[in-house]
Design a protein around this ligand. Structure first.
Ligand code: C2E
Ligand code: CA
Ligand code: CA
Length: 413
């Protein structure tokens, strides 16, 4: 049995009125219903509280999985009156309630559910017969992420983008890093989705953008030309009403020229048909900011749509570069993408270049702009000035400045 109570639902009612609140409840109810089987039962107990009865589950692990699933479904954004809302819920769970009085059961569920609320909400907790509580992992990670964010525990590393033919640095990509004391390094591929799911991405994205722009401005002030600063932006961030003013404000505060900011967007297929989002990209480009399509080729994106998107550059995903030069499919895709980009007057960068052979293929196919361990791994900001001055990002001594001596490609960090 699960007692599901929405977090912060009162706010929806207060802000949008009861009509919208009712609509929200209907949406949540049907989401919950869709997670359940025909033999399960769901009831609204009143207010924003639902009771779920599940039969024949194989033990607490299975029950926990369902609680996770319910939380995941509830966390998906709800669009009401043109605005995006993020809801979470707190769940009390009893995995074996045979022979327990209804009243006692509800009281226990209530206690477990309130335990989740007081621990920061958005999670589940078991009422177990032995009295030991188990807390959902989602809750712990999410509140840890929030804390890390508030304590500036998420930092940036920078990786060079290089035009190998010209021997110049095109720019830097700012990549988020989360170093914890207890669990070591947590990769962005783990915590960015968590941030997106919980809505924390807005706050996180803003903080990282601010840090990247101030760092870029600092390098400029120090007379170190690091080119453009590329910052990753999640589609969800773009949908935020205040996204464009936020970017403008940050650029102004940091004193960083808009023409030096590049925004990398992945999953552009999700914005197909979202005119408002496309208009925002256009506004940003009017300011001088450039836009890149990240991970190009891995996610479905119709070519017809790409031609309509206001973008400046595409980044060929590492998945294709990996196969170079021997894999026929990868080679065909890379050269097709390069010539397509050229005919569309888009810049192209190959990501994840690790070997001389990959680079040679790219050079032969007219794609001299690369990013990858071959030129340099992502490193902390203080490592960059030396890299620029000594041109250690250039792969061979032949291409390097006379005073640089080491001949191995840098494998830092
Ligand atoms: P991405 O934007 O495609 O970033 C490139 C990733 O490839 C980085 O991983 C980088 O370290 C890695 N990489 C670069 N060159 C090579 C190479 O030669 N070999 C290999 N094996 N890997 C290479 P990282 O830093 O772990 O980032 C993973 C993803 O997390 C990024 O993929 C991006 O989608 C996301 N991410 C990172 N920082 C942010 C951020 O600030 N905001 C958002 N929204 N997403 C971010
Ligand atoms: Ca990127
Ligand atoms: Ca990428």
């Amino acid at each position: 049995v699960m007692l599901v109570d929405l977090d912060g639902f009162k706010l929806v009612n207060d802000q949008l009125g009861h009509g919208a609140g009712d609509e929200m409840l209907r949406i949540v109810a049907s989401r919950l219903e869709n997670c359940l089987r025909g033999t399960d039962t769901i009831a609204r107990m009143g207010g924003d509280e639902f009771l779920v009865l599940l039969r024949g589950l194989k033990g607490p692990d299975c029950t926990a999985q369902i609680a996770e699933k319910l939380l995941g479904r509830i966390a998906e954004p709800v669009v009401l009156e043109g605005q995006e809302f993020f809801l979470t819920a707190s769940i009390g769970v009893h995995s074996d309630c045979r022979g327990i009085e209804t009243e006692a059961l509800l009281r226990d569920l209530d206690n477990a559910m309130y335990g989740v609320k007081s621990d920061g909400k958005n999670g589940y907790r078991f009422v177990s017969r032995d009295g030991g509580d188990r807390i959902g992992t989602r809750l712990t990670w999410q509140s840890r992420l929030r804390r890390a964010l508030e304590g500036n525990g998420i930092t940036l590393h920078y990786q060079v983008l290089v035009d190998v033919e010209q021997g110049t640095v095109l720019g830097m990509e700012a990549l988020a890093r989360w170093q914890t004391t207890t669990d070591g390094f947590i990769p962005p591929s783990d915590f960015i989705p968590l941030a997106e799911e919980s809505g924390l991405i807005h706050q996180l994205g803003e903080q990282l953008l601010r840090n990247a722009c101030s760092q870029g401005a600092q390098w400029l002030a120090d007379g170190i030309d690091t080119g453009a600063m590329s910052v990753n932006v999640a589609v969800r961030q773009l949908r935020h009403e205040q996204f464009v003013p936020m970017v403008e404000g940050i650029l102004e505060q940091a004193g960083f020229p808009p023409s030096r900011l590049d925004l990398e967007l992945s999953e552009t297929m999700y914005i197909e048909g979202e005119d408002e989002v496309v208009a925002k990209l256009e506004r940003l480009r009017d300011l001088g900011v450039t836009v890149s399509i990240d991970d190009f080729g891995t996610k479905y994106a119709s070519l017809a749509y790409i031609t309509k998107l206001p973008v400046d550059r595409i980044k060929i995903d590492k998945a294709f570069v990996d196969g170079l030069p021997d894999d026929i499919g990868s080679a065909a895709i890379v050269s097709a993408v390069v010539s397509m980009a050229k005919s569309m007057d888009l810049d192209v960068i190959a990501e994840g270049v690790e070997t001389r052979e990959q680079l040679d293929f790219l050079l032969t196919n007219g794609s001299p702009c690369i990013q990858g361990y071959y030129c340099g791994r992502p490193v902390p900001a203080d490592r960059i000035p030396d890299m620029i001055t000594n041109r250690t990002y250039l792969p061979t001594p032949r291409l390097r400045a006379p005073h640089a001596t080491d001949s191995e490609p840098p494998h830092d960090a």
